[in-house]
Write a protein that binds this ligand. Structure first.
Ligand code: GLA
Length: 745
């Protein structure tokens, strides 16, 4: 095993912890005061007697010295788990109010333990272990008897350090946690950029890069879900880093609720990255004898730029985060009823859609919204998870059986966490919602959020979903969640615990989801929240894929998939061919471009009605076949961002064995007299020959050396409206695309 934790101590009994595999190291030491001083995260450093960089103890103007230590100012000491109030003025990892009413604590090293593999965090999603070692360090505050456990896991095969923290109240009185971060990474002073993924509904996950500013840059959510405004992911990198080179430190949070990631450049230019539950509007009482476990934070190091970082995330998420059951499994191609029929579905329409699904050669029919209660629009019935008798007189289970009898898989949509005021569930249990006394609850899409912190709510939802899944004919579930929380409180909690509601909700949600996916391991679950409103590693731990955005129109989707690819591998991304003009932005995009953008997500299909399908039947059959034949390559392949500019995007996907290479070229707006462009391919074998199979290209059937494709680059087809259609030209007009396929020979 190469993942290894080494502990050294010299004569002054200062321990240095060195966690490494063959490529990376994470180092910290115990200072004479008992603090955990961070030494290094980056490329491998072999454990040594001395290290060339250390926390300084030198005179500086106008600084505090920690208690009795001379010149030891914690505001410029890199630390593993800092607190506020004892000379470090930066944002802390931990802030709590103790029984004396103050927030001053000094957590010193007490003990450590090294364990093979990786402990789980009970009740919360976390990465799996395997070929890994973990270090658990316990810190103690003498005065309050509070303990903090910090857990670090290193892996043989993954350049990831998994981290979490836990506070244990060994005192005899209640304390109140107001801030508990899962990880803190203090980087030495240097010029860094940061990159995060931002957006809103239907424009999620757009990449945004900027210099790390002085002060504090925060991405966060406070609405009960990780959100579509910021994804719980950040990369801090050398300013000179680009897609292919440079040091990148990536952080992703394995949590689906309120989060905060802070990047703080302090007065002495060092940079602190803290990741955890958002402290805003959060408070947690910890009574004597209780402990609080913070969710997991994952940290990646790459010295091969952003693409290098993405490769590490992709492999890790595939192998250690998303459910094992569907790892490497090709996803079924599908027809989804949503943009085909919206709420206007019934048994005969479903069976008609099933027939065209089958005749196109697709593999699964998904019945989206509209099958339950009296759901004819979005004003009613969420919560009433009984098949609509008017639409499905014999129940949804019987329709599922009929669809399966046609040789298709069958999928079903749920939005379990929600209730419409117009529903039997709400009439029966008006107190089952997230809400506060004497206030009107704000609505989103005419619905309210159920209080999943309550066990009876979890039980109700489990029994409703179980009653349908137990028929054995449901192959896939799309688990949706279409509004965030407001007026946040729980009728089930006392006054002084109201601010615990969002985290208790997450614990309840994870408990419910875990129970369902464990009972139905053969069902493929897709995470959705109005698209990407909760697209995070917490949900992806239970569900193998996600509907990354409601933006189904491919040009609008390009920046979303490009941004998502920084963290997420294609195997967790779902996509479909949408109708034209787009219902989301009115754009009219060719079927070819719609299908070729969608190609780079593993769960691929379409959402078209019978008339739309009939218009393009043969072309759709062609793409269904292409999707089926390449399903294994996309789920198991390696995805690379080759180019991303305002008007042009180039993506590459190499099959797992490297024998097939797909290159997608997407040209957004047409113009006259454009420059000729090339794309340099990545990660080919320099001395192998690659034969181009794309029939549309003049160069078709030619073979090229891997070295030439990577170093000279491949000519991209030319956009020119004045020429007749030719292989070297892209189709005329806006929103054109070309999918090249190479076979290694
Ligand atoms: C959300 C989802 C869509 C669709 C609708 C159904 O908006 O993101 O894909 O399922 O709900 O109401």
């Amino acid at each position: 095993m190469t993942a290894h934790i080494h502990v050294s101590s010299d004569s002054s009994s200062v321990a240095v912890f060195s966690l490494s595999n063959d490529r990376i190291s994470y180092l910290f030491q115990v200072s004479p005061e008992g603090f955990l001083e961070h030494l290094h995260f980056g490329a491998k450093v072999i454990p040594a007697a001395n290290y060339p960089s250390q926390a300084k103890r030198l005179h500086r103007g106008c600084v505090l010295e920690f208690q009795d230590s001379t010149y030891y100012n914690l505001s410029d000491v890199a630390q593993e788990y800092p607190v506020f109030g004892t000379s470090d003025n930066r944002n802390p990892a931990l802030h709590l109010i103790n029984a004396d009413g103050n927030s001053t604590h000094v957590f010193r090293y007490a003990s450590h333990e090294i364990v093979d593999d990786k402990p789980l965090i009970e009740g919360l999603p976390s990465a799996r272990g395997g070929n890994s070692q973990s270090l658990i360090v316990t810190l103690l505050d003498e005065v309050t008897k509070l303990a903090v456990e910090l857990c670090y896991t290193v892996y043989d095969q993954h350049d990831v350090v998994a981290r979490s923290s836990r506070v244990i109240n060994n005192g005899d009185a209640r304390v109140t946690i107001t801030q508990i971060m899962s990880s803190c990474l203090d980087l030495p002073a240097a010029d860094y950029d940061l990159m995060h993924l931002k957006g809103t509904w239907a424009r999620e996950l757009n990449q945004d890069r900027m210099p790390v500013p002085k002060g504090r840059f925060v991405i966060e959510s406070a609405t009960g879900s990780s959100g579509n405004v910021h994804n719980p992911f950040i990369a801090v990198m050398d300013r000179s880093a680009n897609e292919q080179q440079g040091r990148v430190f990536g952080t992703a949070f394995v949590y689906s609720g309120n989060f905060a990631i802070n990047v703080e450049q302090g007065e002495f230019d060092s940079v602190r990255v803290t990741t955890g539950i958002n402290p805003f509007n959060f408070q947690w009482h910890l009574d004597a004898g209780e402990s609080f476990a913070a969710p997991e934070s994952l940290q990646v190091f790459s010295d091969a730029g952003l693409n290098g970082m993405s490769q590490i995330w992709h492999r890790f998420i595939k192998q250690k985060v998303s459910p094992e059951r569907f790892n490497g499994q090709p996803r079924p191609s599908y027809l989804n009823s949503w943009e085909a029929a919206y709420f206007d579905i019934d048994e005969s329409k479903v069976l008609a859609l099933a027939d065209i699904t089958k005749s196109l050669g697709l593999q699964m029919l998904v019945v989206d919204d509209g099958w339950f209660g009296g759901r004819n629009d979005d004003t009613t019935s969420l919560g009433d998870w009984y098949p609509d008798k008017a639409k499905f007189p014999e129940g949804i289970e019987s329709v599922a059986a009929k669809v399966k009898a046609k040789g298709l898989k069958f999928g079903l949509w749920y939005e379990p966490e929600m209730v419409n005021p117009q529903s039997q569930l709400y009439r029966d249990h008006p107190d089952w919602i997230i809400g506060v006394p004497d206030r009107v609850s704000s609505k989103g899409r005419n619905q309210l959020v159920l209080d999943l912190s309550r066990q009876e709510v979890q039980e109700y939802l489990f029994s409703r979903i179980d009653s349908v899944l137990s028929c054995g004919n449901i192959d896939y579930v799309k688990w949706d969640m279409n509004r965030t929380m407001s007026e946040i409180g729980s009728a089930n909690l006392p006054r002084d615990r109201q601010l615990e509601t969002p985290h208790r909700y997450m614990l309840g949600l994870y408990r419910l989801v875990d129970r369902i996916v464990s009972k139905y391991p053969e069902v493929l679950f897709e995470n959705c929240a109005s698209g990407g409103n909760r697209f995070d590693l917490g949900m992806l731990h239970y569900m193998s894929q996600g509907w990354v955005s409601d933006m189904s129109e491919p040009i609008g989707r390009l920046p979303i998939i490009n941004g998502a690819s920084h963290l997420f591998p294609p195997c967790v991304l779902a996509s479909y061919i949408c109708p034209v003009p787009s219902h989301l932005n009115g754009r009219q995009v060719s079927l070819k471009t719609r299908a070729e953008v969608g190609f780079f997500c593993a769960a691929r299909g379409l959402s078209l009605n019978v008339e739309d399908v009939e218009k393009d039947f043969e072309a759709l059959q062609y793409y269904a076949k292409l999707y089926n034949e390449t399903a294994d390559d996309v789920v198991n392949g390696k995805f690379y961002r080759v180019q991303y500019q305002d008007n042009e995007v180039v993506w590459q996907l190499n099959s797992a064995d490297g024998n097939t290479v797909y290159l997608g070229y997407f040209h957004i707006l047409s113009a006259a007299n454009l420059p000729f462009r090339r794309a340099r391919l990545l990660m080919l074998e320099a001395d192998a020959q690659y034969q181009l199979l794309d029939k549309q290209s003049a160069a078709s059937e030619l073979s090229f050396g891997g070295d030439a494709l990577m170093n000279m680059g491949l000519d991209m087809p030319y956009v020119c409206a004045m020429q007749p259609d030719q292989a070297d030209y892209l189709e005329k007009g806006d929103f054109a695309s070309r999918l090249f396929v190479f076979k290694k020979i």
